[in-house]
Write a protein that binds this ligand. Structure first.
Ligand code: B12
Length: 211
């Protein structure tokens, strides 16, 4: 692989965000296509970080640094990707449920999903039920992702499921949930389509859900 792509992948993997950013800008100046940077450096870098985490070689703090390097570089590259290049990307809308401000877990899930070729809209934290419903109606994502990190906010997920059904949207979208207090059993109880134990599992489940 060309040296600059190799260096960029390594910078993402090692969470060197300033270095990754300057390499992205240099590569673009040298005429590299944005999609080449994404497919051959940024995504392989963030994927490898996830794999090292799974093998307990990386700590969570290492992954968070890789995610940050991936995020700042994607901010530069993503607007340059032509609509056609993203055409087959699968659409996900995700957010943390109402009353819940935790976002680190979701941030990692978002980065990993993007790394796996999903086109993700992050609604942020403390997202009220109607906002989830409107986003599904307006953006028509294949998957709605919800994160919840406290036992006290878990029931918000049930509320969103009811909101989807009431709006006649339940069969239009697959629902994938995650976050510390959630379980596969809880996902089944509220009628969600899938549960992700961690970010890698979230990607696996999302792939299964879009077939
Ligand atoms: C960091 C943290 C905070 C930070 C949040 C910073 C931030 N920007 O997110 C701060 C300090 C702000 C905070 C605040 C509070 N916190 Co807090 N916090 C934590 C802590 C220590 C770690 C959470 C975390 O980031 N984990 C790291 C991430 C990477 O892991 P993760 O969230 O599990 O995510 C992974 C998976 O769950 C999965 N996943 C996550 N999201 C999704 C989504 C989908 C769709 C899928 C498929 C998968 C998936 O993939 C992720 C990556 O592998 C936990 C304790 C703990 N051990 O969990 C308490 C904890 C969650 N907090 C708790 C509490 C009580 C609070 C406060 C109410 C404290 C207070 N009295 O003010 C406030 C809540 C404010 C609010 N309204 O939300 C409690 C919740 C208890 C409960 N009722 O369940 C916990 C469990 C601590 C405890 N033991 O008491 N908190």
């Amino acid at each position: 692989m060309e040296e600059i792509l190799e260096k960029l992948k390594k910078a993402v993997l090692e969470g060197e965000d300033d270095l990754a950013l300057s390499l992205v800008n240099k590569a673009l100046e040298e005429g590299y296509q944005p999609l080449v940077l994404v497919n051959q450096a940024l995504v392989p870098g963030i994927r490898q970080a996830g794999e090292l985490w799974k093998k307990n070689v990386y700590f969570q703090s290492d992954v968070i640094m890789s995610v940050e390097a991936f995020r700042v570089t994607m901010e530069v590259v993503e607007p340059l990707l032509k609509a056609e290049e993203m055409a087959d990307a699968r659409k996900v809308v995700i957010g943390t449920v109402a009353g819940d401000m935790h976002n680190l877990g979701k941030m990692i899930v978002v980065a990993m999903l993007r790394g796996a070729g999903f086109s993700v809209t992050d609604l942020g934290e403390d997202v009220p039920t109607p906002r989830f419903i409107d986003a599904v109606r307006d953006m028509r994502p294949a998957i709605l992702g919800m994160g919840c990190y406290m036992t006290t906010t878990m029931l918000e997920m049930r509320d969103v499921m009811k909101g989807l059904a009431d709006a006649g949207l339940r069969d239009k979208v697959k629902v994938l949930i995650g976050g510390v207090p959630t379980t596969q059993k809880f996902a089944e109880e509220i009628g969600a389509d899938g549960w992700g134990k961690d970010a890698l599992d979230a990607v696996g489940k999302a792939n299964e859900l879009v077939g």
